[in-house]
Design a protein around this ligand. Structure first.
Ligand code: OOG
Ligand code: MG
Length: 243
């Protein structure tokens, strides 16, 4: 019987580079949209040292969020549709203006931000044990699988996102803590990096886009029966259960 896992795409195509991986991701996106799937946001990945160290990668990746990735706050996530999910605590932005690189910086991002809010991402991977390189993960839409948002929206000028504390609990126990600065020194730097990466393909981040900036801590494996609660300083909390 075949394995449910794929081999790392760069094992099969060793000459592939990051740009080829972007082509693959954009083609997956195009095919989903052609079948009627709506794109409801974007994400950055591998933007914190904790995540880079966990995955053995030293460069960031991005991905798109499809409509069916969105799960309700306080709800249940059906693991039977997933392979080996992990959760990540993230800070998300909603823009009121488009952002276009190159040269996009934190100032541009803050000026274009409508509000920030908390998010929990559920990542999953076709690669066994999440063993990949940056090219393979970019081609796999950066392990995007599900996400939950909710909590409290806050204006960017009303919070210091660098010192914004995050407490991650699984089944009532604290499993990790971090602050916003874990993400590239400032979560807005992650949005700027996304605009600059998209600019390499002549793309921009459209107005009103929801953007997850990347896990502030290492990702945490979850199983059916697990409850996750993440407390965000100034942004409320998000909880979700896995069944
Ligand atoms: C890649 C996706 C990483 C994040 O927030 O760092 C990511 C992975 O670790 O599988 O979404
Ligand atoms: Mg993530």
């Amino acid at each position: 019987m075949g394995s449910i896992f794929s081999s790392k795409i760069t094992d099969d195509y060793p000459d592939m580079d990051f740009e080829d991986a972007c082509d693959i991701q954009w083609e997956i996106r195009r095919r989903k949209e052609a079948r009627g799937t709506r794109i409801v946001g974007l994400k950055m990945g591998l933007t914190s040292w904790a995540k880079m160290k966990q995955m053995g990668v030293d460069k960031a990746c991005y991905g798109f969020l499809a409509d069916y990735f969105s799960c309700p706050e306080g709800g249940e996530i059906d693991t039977s549709k997933l392979i080996h999910p992990k959760i990540e605590a993230e800070i998300a932005f909603v823009l009121k203006k488009p952002l276009r690189g190159p040269g996009c910086h934190i100032g541009d991002v803050l000026a274009a931000t409508d509000f920030i809010l908390p998010a929990v991402e559920i990542i999953d991977s076709r690669y066994k044990d999440f063993k990949f390189d940056i090219t393979s993960v970019q081609a796999d839409n950066s392990s995007s699988s599900r996400f939950v948002t909710g909590g409290k929206m806050v204006l960017p000028q009303d919070v210091d996102m660098r010192t914004l504390g995050v407490v991650l609990e699984k089944n009532g126990e604290i499993v990790d803590v971090a602050a916003g600065a874990a993400v590239l020194g400032h979560p807005a730097a992650s949005v700027a990096m996304l605009a600059n990466m998209l600019a390499e393909r002549g793309e921009e981040i459209p107005a009103n886009t929801f953007i997850m900036t990347g896990g502030v801590t290492a990702a945490v494996l979850v199983q059916p029966g697990d409850s996750i609660n993440v407390r965000y300083q100034a942004l409320g909390s998000i909880s979700v259960r896995f069944v």
